[in-house]
Design a protein around this ligand. Structure first.
Ligand code: THU
Length: 139
């Protein structure tokens, strides 16, 4: 992926943590999702007093895009940390990986886990969800 594009996605994801609604965990997560249309869709995590309705940053980004008719994606950048301090890489949870599996090619979709503009790691969906179950299994 183009370095400039990666940096743009990291900046956007970091900026999203400002909007995280995290009164329970105080763990802020931001995401920036790149559609094959070249557009970026942002997301933050949104918690709930009943806990289970909590929506992760990655799914917020996916659902925003899908709700606008976009279903094809190239990459997502994810950042996160307690109080928004990025000491570790924030890996997408299992549910978010499954949502990626629904809309993305596991061999090519890129997950950029970042701590800063300079520090990031890139994985494919297949790397983080080997032998995933997806639409192809029902075809
Ligand atoms: N969280 C995300 O937003 N994305 C992930 O992939 C992992 C977890 C959020 C959910 C919850 O608001 C907080 O992080 C702590 O689990």
């Amino acid at each position: 992926m183009d370095k400039k594009r990666i940096e743009e996605m990291i900046d956007l994801a970091i900026g999203q943590m400002e909007f995280s609604y995290v009164p329970y965990s105080h763990f802020r997560v931001g995401a920036a999702l790149l559609g094959k249309n070249g557009k970026l869709y942002t997301g933050c995590n949104i918690e709930n007093a009943a806990y289970t309705p909590t929506n992760c940053a990655e799914r917020t980004a996916f659902f925003k895009a899908v709700s606008e008719g976009v279903r094809e994606f190239d990459a997502i950048c994810v950042v996160g940390g307690k109080e928004g301090i990025l000491t570790e890489y924030a890996a997408p949870c299992g549910v978010c990986r499954q949502v990626m599996m629904e809309f993305c090619d596991p061999d090519t979709f890129q997950i950029i886990m970042a701590k800063s503009r300079q520090e990031y790691e890139i994985y494919t969906l297949k790397d983080i969800l080997p032998r995933g179950f997806g639409p192809a299994n029902l075809a």
